[in-house]
Design a protein around this ligand. Structure first.
Ligand code: ATP
Length: 261
């Protein structure tokens, strides 16, 4: 079900975030359509995690506005409707997978077979009673994801959910994200792995806190003449570098890409 007039599940307008002495996001605007898998890609330090933190309402922001499902990010009304997977695992390693997922279910007031369904969704049923400390790294990552899924949130914000996973597990998780979107969930997912771009409905390429492009993969390839997402992204970075260099050489001639404080 669409929750705001234009069908965007997440709307970020002119978001400005300062962390320490650094302006991480100088004034970023994006929209994430309802029911799509949107990939957030870009080099390390570009601001992907910071943007995701703002979307789930745990980031102090210096300006702009972020709304999710028509509500201000982080508002209590969104608590059960937005799931957030952080990069660092947030499971208790001395508890079993089932106890961990059950704990999150209880916090959300969820009963029934939700715990078993979340564990099955990440293919950990055979390890449901194993303590997390006895799992492999990939299994631990999936246990963490099961905790995020257990409330069946309408919006999922997943910070590098496939990092460190083998190709088969990565494929399986992307199929899960696609199924979630097909069921009307919205998935904002970050990745360093450019070949995962083909799995996304839209791609947002972020670098130095700025959106280099926001398009479908076919649009991106057509725009850049590249054969794949990685080549396209590198072409966009080169173009942005050239624009920055031109701005620096001629500071009085317009603000180009370099105008943010
Ligand atoms: N706690 C913090 N205090 C100050 N600066 C921070 C903090 N966390 C991150 N930053 C800075 O914010 C910028 C963006 O970091 P962020 O983690 O959002 O990038 P990212 O694109 O998610 O990177 P990665 O792909 O490596 O996770 C970086 O320059 C980083 O140094």
């Amino acid at each position: 079900m669409t929750n705001n007039a234009d069908g965007d599940a997440i709307v970020v307008e002119n978001l400005r975030v300062v962390r320490g002495a650094r302006t991480v996001l100088p004034g970023l605007s994006i929209r994430v359509p309802h029911g799509e898998v949107v990939g957030l890609l870009g080099p390390s330090g570009g601001g992907k995690s910071t943007l995701m933190r703002a979307v789930v309402g745990v980031q102090v922001v210096a300006g702009g506005r972020v709304t999710v499902l028509g509500e201000d990010a982080g508002s209590p009304a969104l608590r059960h409707r937005v799931g957030y997977l952080t990069q660092a695992p947030s499971v208790y390693r001395d508890l079993s997978v089932r106890h961990n997922v059950g704990y999150f279910a209880r916090v959300l007031g969820i009963g029934g077979d939700a715990v078993d369904r979340a564990i099955a969704a990440v293919d950990l049923t055979d390890h449901a009673n194993a303590r997390v400390e006895n799992l492999s790294g990939g299994q631990e990552a999936r246990a963490n994801l099961a905790c995020t899924l257990v409330g069946d949130p309408e919006v999922l914000v997943l910070d590098e959910p496939t990092v460190g996973l083998d190709p088969v597990l990565r494929r399986d998780l992307w199929e899960l994200f696609r199924r979630l979107a097909a069921a009307g969930r919205t998935v904002l997912v970050s990745s360093h792995v450019m070949d995962e771009a083909v799995r996304c409905d839209r791609l947002i390429l972020l670098r130095d806190g700025r959106v280099l492009s926001d398009s479908t993969l076919p649009e991106l390839l057509e725009m850049t003449g590249a054969v794949d997402a990685e080549q396209a992204f590198l072409a966009l970075i080169d173009a942005a570098d050239a624009a920055d260099a031109a701005d620096a050489a001629h500071p009085a001639e317009g603000d180009g890409l370099g105008g943010a404080a």
